[in-house]
Design a protein around this ligand. Structure first.
Ligand SMILES: Nc1nc2c(c(=O)[nH]1)N(C=O)[C@@H](CNc1ccc(C(=O)N[C@@H](CCC(=O)O)C(=O)O)cc1)CN2
Ligand SMILES: Nc1nc2c(ncn2[C@@H]2O[C@H](COP(=O)(O)OP(=O)(O)OP(=O)(O)O)[C@@H](O)[C@H]2O)c(=O)[nH]1
Ligand SMILES: [Mg+2]
Length: 444
């Protein structure tokens, strides 16, 4: 194991040219770097102008130096920041000089990992740092900031507190049998458990929204050849991403485009039209269509308004994964003179060519995929978090069935609490930490 507070250094700013570039160091042994590079003592938390010196005394760059003695720093350790000119060559020279003076190159996420290990952030907050950096829309950035600020963690901690209270109550009853079941009844143990259950459901609902903001939704366009799938993709994307012709079987491979809808990243996937074919290439394309459907959050089944739903379309519907929501999109209404808009939650009438009905389609699509609109309360979340909440809810459910077996009841509550603790990282394995932090960028 590497000592967790040895001196690490990295370029903290984005690779490439920039106005200013920042090098960040954290850990023990900063004095040597400051002496060698700056040549004089730094007042804590003050910006000092300095000439950064090489071994032979030559100036590598001039810039600002900031020193944050631990524990009042981002990582909780002694931190030094060097703000130089933002050229990749200058910054690499500065970094090399830091290494010469005793630092080593930081691994991806190592600064934030140290902030976590030193109790500056919990795990959900540390993940939010990466999610904030990766945010693709303002809604996603706002939600990540909420989690970074601790909104998600506070919800989890409040739930954990309630579980602890209930566990103490139950353990007391187990330890003092004369108190027996009446005692639990008087303390409204059932009511408390039901409250926890409700709150878990609410947190799960909010976290699901947060996961959509982070991971986006996969929407797959399917249907018979020539119904207008590629035209719809182009209309939604606002550019000609996919080839459109009046020849049936134009699209052969899946075509993907990332678009933003209401701040939600939408991976729209156009596919090869579904039909019986002898063409070898088209066959592979159709196989890929079915593959894309396996990972979809929503399918849009495109139909030609002039034809309606044909037996062929019914056969497609039959073959779709059972849980997959499907929005039926009747296209080309400009040719039938029908009105655009929604018929019900699962059916819209549009023209990919004129754009009629597309706003309704966008709304229906988000609603069917489970997006309820960005509101202030949404914090960013990951599948890992949803999984933990679901497992906690499962244990709470089991506890509710174990009021007559208090040992079991207490054990289920303990397991529920443990599952929630994985979110904030109280009981997280080194392996999982490794996976989470290795996905950060270097310097973070
Ligand atoms: N120059 C610079 N800008 C940056 C960072 C950084 O590390 N350096 N950050 C890096 O992500 C973010 C800001 N996050 C930070 C979080 C905590 C502390 C810090 O010094 N915390 C101390 C003191 C708090 C205080 O004075 O109130 C502490 O928590 O004890 C600094 C930056 C974004 N901007
Ligand atoms: N009038 C009209 N024509 C449309 C509309 N949408 C698509 N088309 C036309 O229908 C034909 C087929 O469109 P595509 O978007 O290539 O259809 P597709 O479903 O992707 O077809 P394949 O890739 O072969 O499966 C083209 O000539 C389009 O211009 C529409 O809303 N109105
Ligand atoms: Mg096509």
């Amino acid at each position: 194991m590497i000592a967790s507070n040895d001196l690490i250094a990295a370029i903290a700013t984005a690779p490439g040219r920039g106005g200013v570039g920042v090098i960040r160091l954290s850990g023990q042994g900063l004095a040597g770097v400051v002496a060698g590079l700056v040549g004089r003592a730094l007042q804590p938390r003050h910006a000092h102008f300095a000439r950064f010196k090489a071994q032979d005394g030559a100036v590598i760059d001039e810039g600002l130096a900031l020193y944050f003695p631990g524990p009042a720093s981002f990582t909780g350790e002694d931190v030094l920041e060097l703000q130089g000119h933002g050229g990749p060559v200058v910054l690499r020279m500065l970094l090399a000089r830091c290494v010469e003076l005793g630092a080593r190159h930081a691994q991806p996420g190592e600064f934030t990992r140290r902030a976590f290990l030193n109790g500056k952030l919990d795990l959900a907050q540390a993940e939010a740092v990466a999610d904030l950096i990766d945010a693709q829309s303002e809604a996603a950035a706002r939600s990540a900031l909420k989690s970074l600020d601790g909104a998600f963690s506070r919800e989890i901690n409040a739930l954990t507190e309630q579980m602890i209270t209930l566990r103490m109550l139950v353990e007391a009853t187990i330890d003092f049998p004369e108190e027996d079941i009446d005692f639990l009844q008087a303390a409204d143990a059932r009511g408390k458990l039901a409250q926890i259950d409700e709150q878990l459901a609410r947190v799960l609902a909010t976290a699901s929204q947060g996961r959509m903001l982070r991971e986006g939704l996969h929407v797959v366009l399917i249907g018979q050849p020539n119904v207008g799938k590629s035209s719809l993709l182009n209309a939604l994307a606002g550019t000609d991403v996919a080839i459109v012709t009046d020849i049936a079987g134009t699209t052969r491979d899946t075509v993907r485009e990332l678009i933003q809808l209401d701040g939600v990243p939408l991976h729209v996937i156009d596919t090869a039209g579904l039909r019986e074919t002898e063409d070898a290439v088209e066959k592979i394309g159709i196989a890929r269509t079915w593959q894309a459907l396996e990972k979809a959050d929503l399918a849009l089944l495109l139909l030609d308004s002039r034809e309606g739903i044909t037996a062929h379309d019914e056969a497609i519907l039959q073959r779709l994964p059972a849980q997959l929501p499907v929005l039926r999109v009747f296209n080309k209404i400009d040719l039938t003179g029908e009105q655009s808009g929604a018929v019900d939650d699962y059916e819209v009438h549009v023209s990919a060519q004129t754009g009629a009905g597309l706003d309704t389609l966008r709304q229906r699509l988000l609603a069917l995929a489970g997006w309820h609109g960005a509101n202030e309360g949404v914090f960013i979340a990951r599948e890992r978090h949803l999984d933990a909440i679901r497992r906690a809810a499962g244990h709470v459910d089991s506890a509710a069935h174990a009021f007559n077996a208090l040992e079991l009841f207490a054990e289920e509550l303990r397991l529920a609490q443990q599952a929630l603790n994985e979110i904030t990282g109280e009981f997280t394995s080194d392996d999982l930490l490794g996976v989470i932090f290795s996905r950060f960028c270097i310097g973070k």
